[in-house]
Design a protein around this ligand. Sequence first.
Ligand SMILES: *[C@@H]1O[C@H](CO)[C@@H](O)[C@H](O)[C@H]1NC(C)=O
Ligand SMILES: *[C@@H]1O[C@H](CO)[C@@H](O)[C@H](O)[C@H]1NC(C)=O
Ligand SMILES: *[C@@H]1O[C@H](CO)[C@@H](O)[C@H](O)[C@H]1NC(C)=O
Ligand SMILES: *[C@@H]1O[C@H](CO)[C@@H](O)[C@H](O)[C@H]1NC(C)=O
Ligand SMILES: *[C@@H]1O[C@H](CO)[C@@H](O)[C@H](O)[C@H]1NC(C)=O
Ligand SMILES: *[C@@H]1O[C@H](CO)[C@@H](O)[C@H](O)[C@H]1NC(C)=O
Ligand SMILES: *[C@@H]1O[C@H](CO)[C@@H](O)[C@H](O)[C@H]1NC(C)=O
Ligand SMILES: *[C@@H]1O[C@H](CO)[C@@H](O)[C@H](O)[C@H]1NC(C)=O
Ligand SMILES: *[C@@H]1O[C@H](CO)[C@@H](O)[C@H](O)[C@H]1NC(C)=O
Length: 659
Amino acid sequence: MASTAVLLLQLLLVSLASASHLLGTSATYTYRGQNPDGTYKVDLHSRSIFKTCDYLSWSCSGSNCLNVVKSPSGVIDKNTNTPVTTCETETVFTTNVSSDKPFQMRASGCCWRSTANNVGSWYLLTEVDLGKRSDTGKPNRSPDIGLLPFLRVPQNCPRTYKLTSFDPDGDKVQCRYGKVSGTECDKCNLPPGFLLDQGSCTLHYNYTQANSNAFGLELMVEDFPQGHINLQYADGSRSYRVPMTARTPPPTTAPLSKLPMQFSFLVDPPAPSCQEGDFLPKLLPPTPANGAHFLAEVNKELEIRVKAQAKHATINNIIVSGPANISKHQTTPGEFVLRWTPLPDDHGQHFVICFAVEAVKPPAVYQSEMRCVLVEARSEKVKSHVICNESSMTVSVEKASFPRLHEDHMQLNDPSNTACSLQRHSNSTHIIAIIPLNACGTQIEEDEENLIFKNEITTVDNPGDLITRKHQMEVQFYCQYPKQGNVSLSFVAHRKNITVWEKGFGTFTYQFEFYPNNQFQTMIDPAAYPLEYDIGNRIYMKIKATSSVNNTQLFLESCRAAPYDNPNYRPTYSIFENGCQMDPTLQIHSPAAQKEFKFSMEAFKFIGLHNQHLMRVDIPKDNPNMTCQAVPLRSQSMVSNQQDHDPPSRPEHHASPQE
Ligand SMILES: *[C@@H]1O[C@H](CO)[C@@H](O)[C@H](O)[C@H]1NC(C)=O
Ligand SMILES: *[C@@H]1O[C@H](CO)[C@@H](O)[C@H](O)[C@H]1NC(C)=O
Ligand SMILES: *[C@@H]1O[C@H](CO)[C@@H](O)[C@H](O)[C@H]1NC(C)=O
Ligand SMILES: *[C@@H]1O[C@H](CO)[C@@H](O)[C@H](O)[C@H]1NC(C)=O
Ligand SMILES: *[C@@H]1O[C@H](CO)[C@@H](O)[C@H](O)[C@H]1NC(C)=O
Ligand SMILES: *[C@@H]1O[C@H](CO)[C@@H](O)[C@H](O)[C@H]1NC(C)=O
Ligand SMILES: *[C@@H]1O[C@H](CO)[C@@H](O)[C@H](O)[C@H]1NC(C)=O
Ligand SMILES: *[C@@H]1O[C@H](CO)[C@@H](O)[C@H](O)[C@H]1NC(C)=O
Ligand SMILES: *[C@@H]1O[C@H](CO)[C@@H](O)[C@H](O)[C@H]1NC(C)=O
């Protein structure tokens, strides 16, 4: 008996420990309308940042609460620059309530990651009132919270953060410190060194002791109408709301909703300089301004570009908070792209995306100012479609989707070449453009994994005009191709070309062939396979990428031989590893910076290493199967920076194919 009890206790401790290490959390809600059974549906969007991709649980509190269904919606951001690694996730708690009367959503638990101000447990409160507003005729909409859940600043650098600014109903949004211990907050006191301007939701950091633990800040966001309104309920009753009077909100003024906003604020040791651009990254154009407004279309990707500079530190990361599944990519040092695609369900809603760039000068990490932009998700207006193949992008735009759309008044980035004319392929219902990857003003960009070719169709009054006064339309499109591919070739059997990517954007094909000699002129006819070589004879091989883009080149990252045709077979014999030659007989027959890679090596056979003791594995001695893994196609600028054994460095600027 006693031992069972001990065991249970241990399990309990384990489960508590796994839920700890909270660094910040916030919530907003969306009214989803009435269910067929007459009940009301509300989605609570809860974002939380933990050491691991964890989430916290909310429950409904109120006499009208029925049931809550939890559905994780995805990861927002992961980071490793923090003193601990962090992961921010979003989880939606769909709540079913029996009436449109106010209710609360609550969450509590243990523990925060150790905080400098002893915030231990989390207490979170969201208040929702579904009464119909007399000014909008609809239930109140939740303010949007704009915040990075992990902020950091050097001790000696005062800084100001604008926390949130947007309310879809145009209400006045206030941010106050949590007051009610055990419901809204744990410690409920703004730490010394910080100032909170409630009316403008602005947090000022002035000065406090640096601490390796972050401060836990526990704020509440509330919205108040701009004029006198009432909320009308289905049972005929009403409640009244008045505007918040300047400076001194009377305690009787009830907000329309209450939302939690809790986050970590790390005060780092002093920086040698607080000047932006020295150690603290300075945000540069085209980074959008704080508060910028973007329109996004459902099912179309939105792209936000962020650029930063720091003279004495290395920019290495962007931290992001926004809707689930937003993705971040580094294009060149100091340049990032954020991408997000609204889903049909997001239609009509607003989303705040906040970001800051981080630079390192070990052991110090420097974070830029935080900026937040507002994205409104609209329905799809312009119906367009892109098909990518190895040599071109084919775009079609439905004319019916945009008034008075005519190919005569539309052009590509660079229309000077007649091959780039939109008249050529368009028909009565669609504007159709077939754009070579290397012409018509197509721009090439790259990030960690992909080469991206971009162009756009824009309106012009008369071809050649520089200005327009007519309807403006822009269809931006791109084709994305992975840089990495795998090709395999066996000594005995010929393989088909391997197409390396099939996610729907585009692919390049890599060919892998045998040649009789170092002239590499006529490949050995696959009909002659299987080829047989005497040990020590030279085998000539060529890998070629079928890309029509000039300034790309093939870089062979690794190449291994295995006795069986199974890429997972171990051990393998390394011929190339990370671009380095491993086999002493290897010779390279093509100059660097080419689209093909020619090489040769002496034929070899595998020695039966494992056939001595327990197992007798029959390893064929004569026919090794060779797999060359990861053959990235890189743009030239990337490779020109490359040192012999270093991992590939990033280009300083984009190469564009027209150069
Ligand atoms: C709402 O909750 C009630 C009570 O649990 C249940 O009967 C009803 O089916 C729920 N409706 C929806 C749409 O979940
Ligand atoms: C996020 O991506 C995951 C995996 O692709 C998907 O299951 C989930 O529905 C997405 N969530 C949102 C909100 O887009
Ligand atoms: C800011 O910090 C400085 C240095 O500690 C102090 O002198 C000053 O009074 C502080 N200002 C505010 C508004 O707290
Ligand atoms: C790519 O598509 C274009 C337009 O459909 C076509 O003309 C071209 O032959 C295609 N190229 C390849 C390599 O398939
Ligand atoms: C115009 O081209 C599009 C795309 O190829 C095609 O779907 C459509 O049927 C064509 N319309 C006419 C009238 O030929
Ligand atoms: C190449 O092969 C390796 C090992 O089998 C695999 O992990 C990797 O995902 C492959 N890459 C591509 C682009 O298919
Ligand atoms: C591989 O692709 C090239 C170019 O697309 C083609 O000429 C060749 O015949 C293909 N080889 C095989 C075996 O399919
Ligand atoms: C690409 O290279 C080929 C061969 O060197 C050349 O004929 C062609 O004009 C180049 N294309 C562009 C767009 O530079
Ligand atoms: C090598 O690969 C070919 C083609 O996939 C396969 O038929 C053959 O059995 C493999 N050879 C060995 C020794 O596994």
